[in-house]
Design a protein around this ligand. Structure first.
Ligand code: NAD
Length: 478
């Protein structure tokens, strides 16, 4: 018997949760339930995060959480509960299977069967944003080696456990050589440790185009947070319906399972909603807690129900569907088919699927780190980079000369183009030509000079070499 936490959520949440739990019980799931309240009522009672500290305790104690969609009230600065739960519990992997149910649910891609594995904590979602000048704001994109290793191992281990053949990695490392470059490099390092699985890398733009056009070409796709956020919705939609997909959010300690759709308030309380998305989440939960036999029985009964044309309004189609049913009747139809297998759709077998066992991250010995120079970002209202070069050139010290100025990453000094559009946000790079290390004190000297001459410094970024290799981007056009 496994104790799980359940939240019935808002809108259609309670109906689809009741339907899902009734199917789980009928299939013999050995679960006990602790129910907690999260969402709209908790927000409106004045809790800005939508969850109470007592509920946190229950979630952390049980470690496995089945969550129905919730409504985040508009305005008023309420924090998204989903993002809070993922981050607080370190749920680093978001797993979303997107499978076509052709010919029973409309799709342009009958052969599609893709699992998107999305990194869930890092990237531009760290939420570190600043306004730096009148004209420029920034969002920090953070990618860590442990973050990359964990998600890449997860994708390969998942593929191995679920009998998948190929892992594809999407990044944009032709442009973001440090951040996406690290993700790609870690993928290439780890892939050979799973020799039975094929692996490949695509640049995300053409990869996304290929996914939208020919999803049959992919099996498991692993990617950083932002691309995964966008493309997992694209994949679910082109598979047939966002209403049919579930997702798992997996951490080292805890895991949360849900439907990918929202609380559909306009459909609430009318016995209309399709419980399939949440049921798919529940099936992943059962696999996670080692009740694969129950998961398999439910999934095959669900496929048979879809195949028999028992459809809720959102997927109902004249000529294909046999019977339009409500939420409860759909659940009863699945229950009636427990023990049956689909005939046209492929039945599933989940052998020994349990929570994936991943290698623990081991920190590598620290590299030799040399400070080579500094980027000093300044706000300056002028337009002529040569003028700025004269001004900030005076901040340089004999050991730390001004080597370059960029504006939004494009080199504008020396030898810039007058056509390059410039904002009020400039990066002034102080870097000796010889590549010899400098002392931090030299940076302080440059900043002290800047203060004395009234140059408005916004921030600095140290320029390092790790094990002798410079680890910072060049200016565009440099
Ligand atoms: P939504 O997913 O709730 O609805 C989009 C459309 O899909 C609607 O037409 C809806 O009727 C339909 N739909 C969704 N799920 C369905 C189902 N199971 N059966 C049949 N039809 C279904 O998205 P939205 O309208 O943009 O958002 C509504 C609320 O949900 C918002 O408050 C939003 O913040 C919240 N939301 C929550 C989650 C979550 O908790 N995981 C995710 C997304 C949105």
């Amino acid at each position: 018997m496994t104790r799980i936490t359940v939240a019935k959520g808002d809108g259609i949440g309670p109906e689809i949760m009741d339907a899902t739990l009734s199917i789980m019980r009928a299939a013999g799931a050995a679960i006990e339930i602790d129910e907690i309240d999260v969402g709209e009522q908790v927000y409106l009672a004045g809790n800005m995060s939508g969850i109470s500290s007592e509920s946190w305790e229950v979630i952390r104690r049980n470690k496995v959480f089945l969550k129905a969609p919730i409504t985040t009230p508009q305005g008023g600065g309420y924090k998204s509960l989903n993002v809070t739960i993922r981050k607080m519990l370190g749920l680093y992997a978001n797993v979303r299977p997107c499978m076509s149910l052709h010919p029973f649910v409309d799709t342009k891609h009958p052969g599609m069967d893709v699992v998107i594995v999305r990194e869930n904590e890092e990237d531009l979602y760290a939420g570190i944003e600043h306004q730096q000048s009148d004209e420029v704001v920034q969002c920090l994109k953070l990618i860590s080696r442990p973050g990359c290793e964990k998600i890449v191992h997860y994708a390969f281990t998942y593929a191995r456990q679920y009998g998948r053949q190929k892992i594809t990695c999407f990044t944009k490392d032709n442009i973001m050589k440090q951040t996406d470059g690290l993700f790609h490099r870690v993928f290439d390092e780890i892939a050979p440790t799973y020799p039975e699985l094929q692996h490949e890398h695509w640049i995300v733009d053409i990869g996304a185009a290929k996914l939208a056009d020919t999803p049959e070409a992919f099996d498991v796709i692993v990617m950083p947070n932002l691309y995964g956020d966008v493309l997992s919705d694209v994949a679910a939609q082109i598979a047939g319906s966002v209403g049919l997909a579930g997702s798992a959010n997996i951490g080292e300690e805890c895991a949360m399972f849900e439907a990918i759709h929202g609380s559909a308030p306009r459909r609430a309380g009318q016995n209309l909603a399709n419980p399939s998305g949440l049921l798919q989440g529940a099936i992943m939960l059962l696999n996670h807690i080692g009740q694969s036999d129950v998961a398999e029985r439910i999934q095959n009964a669900w496929l048979k129900t879809i195949e028999d044309g028992i459809h809720t309004y959102d997927i109902y189609k004249e000529g294909v569907s046999q019977q339009k049913v409500g939420t409860r009747e759909f659940a009863e139809a699945v229950i009636a088919r427990l023990g049956q297998q689909p005939e046209t759709l492929k039945p599933v077998t989940y052998a020994n699927t349990t929570a994936l066992q991943l290698p623990t991250y081991r920190r590598k010995p620290a590299a030799k780190k040399d400070l080579l120079g500094v980027d000093v970002f300044v706000q300056w209202p002028g337009h002529d980079p040569n003028e700025l070069a004269t001004l900030v050139g005076q901040l340089a010290t004999p050991d730390l000369p001004l080597s370059m100025i960029t504006n939004r990453g494009i080199k504008v000094w020396p030898n810039g183009f007058k056509e390059t559009f410039c904002t009020d946000h400039w990066r002034c790079r102080f870097l000796p030509t010889g590549g010899q290390p400098i002392a931090k004190q030299q940076i302080i000297s440059v900043l002290t000079n800047a203060m004395a001459s009234g140059v408005d410094t916004i921030k600095t970024e140290n320029l390092y070499a790790f094990d002798g290799k410079p680890a910072f981007s060049m200016g565009q056009g440099q």
